[in-house]
Design a protein around this ligand. Structure first.
Ligand code: 4NP
Length: 150
């Protein structure tokens, strides 16, 4: 299984989704490949936002070595599941995709059966990193179970 987590900057939300999913996968000894990317190239080459690094660290996950990159057409070919953190990301990813790749692209929280909200809020200008962490953690936990049992 190859999974790509996508947000706008690839410095706040998708690095958390990437790091948390890698931990679930390691804990379950799954041979899955996880990565993340942004729909913009604004932060290419940068590490995650210090607030994402901090909230991950608090939960015993190290995302400090991740490097931001933008999504490419090759990613749409390579990955089996591409999860968009919000609807704007979903639209941008779909615009990059070919018709026969659209089935791989999903809104992250609904696929993960998190029902309180359907988009991961952009925490960049807010202080909602703990809330965002909890949402992403719950969705990832459910996604692992869904994909193992499919
Ligand atoms: P992300 O958050 O998409 O979760 O990585 C953002 C990061 C940077 C910006 C916006 C959102 N920005 O405007 O630079």
């Amino acid at each position: 299984m190859k999974i790509l987590m996508v947000c706008l900057g690839n410095i706040c939300r998708s690095p958390l989704a990437h790091g948390i999913m890698e931990k679930f996968v390691a804990d379950k000894n799954l041979d899955w490949e996880i990565d993340s990317a942004g729909t913009s190239k604004w932060h290419n080459g940068e590490g995650p936002d210090p607030r994402s690094i901090a909230v991950a660290h608090k939960n015993n996950i190290d995302i400090s070595r991740q490097v931001s990159r933008s999504i490419s057409k090759m990613d749409l070919e390579y990955y089996d599941y591409i999860f968009a953190m919000d609807r704007s990301n979903l639209k941008d990813i779909k615009e990059l995709a070919q018709e026969n790749q659209l089935h791989k692209i999903h809104l992250f929280l609904p696929f993960g059966k998190v029902e309180e909200i359907d988009e991961v809020p952009d925490p960049y200008y807010t202080l909602g990193f703990d809330y965002v962490y909890d949402l992403i953690n719950q969705a990832n936990k459910n996604i692992v179970e869904i994909l193992i049992n499919q």
